[in-house]
Write a protein that binds this ligand. Structure first.
Ligand code: DC
Length: 218
């Protein structure tokens, strides 16, 4: 059994940025479970399935295989053997992932893959239900959050830096909607595990958050 760190929290809290840096500092493998949901979402989009068609999505899980690999330490997602990593961050993929991840067949599909990765290696795994559901016996659980305003502003700055047009209020609205969906779904909703350490990064710098989490690692 590897040393397992679970890091959960809402969209835009900085989980992947922080988890990657902790992984580097401590020599863990970073496992991004959101990317797996996004990989499956690409399958549903390719098939032209509507994001609200729960029956078709559950059915389409049968001919989808998501696997994970690493190139230069960077996680790659393969959908039925094809590397789809470059498509993962598209907005429509994120929306489909957010909706389809509430469907039991979708979650079951990825559960074993996530558990087997953690069983073999020292990992820091980020997602929504890692500490509560996937790795209930993780050695360390972190619940990383930040206020809606802070998360919206970070996303806004990120998009502006890329030269993309964006609207702060629309981003905040989107974040609230996604929080609501992730936290109120019936299966594996986002919530802080009883034994998770709460880190609110609203008024912290990235190095401060990394140092805080590393201080709890073995
Ligand atoms: O972290 P992310 O934005 O890449 O995740 C995409 C979607 O996948 C997110 O809206 C919720 C879902 N997800 C989940 O339900 N459980 C996880 N462990 C990780 C992500």
């Amino acid at each position: 059994m590897g040393y397992n760190v679970a890091i959960d929290g809402p969209a835009g809290a900085g989980k992947s940025t922080i988890a990657k840096m902790v992984a580097k500092e401590k020599g863990y493998i970073y496992v991004d479970t959101g990317a797996m949901y996004r990989g499956l979402a690409i399958h549903f989009l390719k098939k032209g399935i509507d994001a609200d068609d729960r029956v078709a999505i559950a059915d389409a899980c049968r001919d989808a295989e998501v696997t994970i690999g690493y190139e230069d330490g960077v996680q790659q997602v393969y959908l039925n053997g094809e590397n789809v990593t470059y498509m993962l961050r598209a907005e429509e993929v994120g929306n489909m992932a957010s909706k389809s991840s509430a469907i039991p067949a979708v979650r079951e599909k990825l559960l074993e893959l996530q558990r087997s990765l953690a069983a073999e290696k020292d990992v820091i795994m980020d997602g929504r239900d890692i500490g509560t559901n996937i790795l209930p016996n993780a050695d360390l659980k972190i619940y990383l959050t930040a206020s809606v305003e802070t998360r919206a502003k970070r996303r806004y700055d990120e998009l502006r830096e890329k030269g993309e047009a964006c609207d702060l209020e629309a981003i905040a609205h989107d974040i609230k909607e996604r929080d609501e969906r992730d936290m109120t779904r019936e299966i594996a909703p986002l919530k802080q595990a009883d034994d998770a350490i709460l880190v609110d990064s609203s008024d912290m710098t990235i190095p401060e958050v990394v140092a805080e989490i590393c201080s709890h690692c073995a």
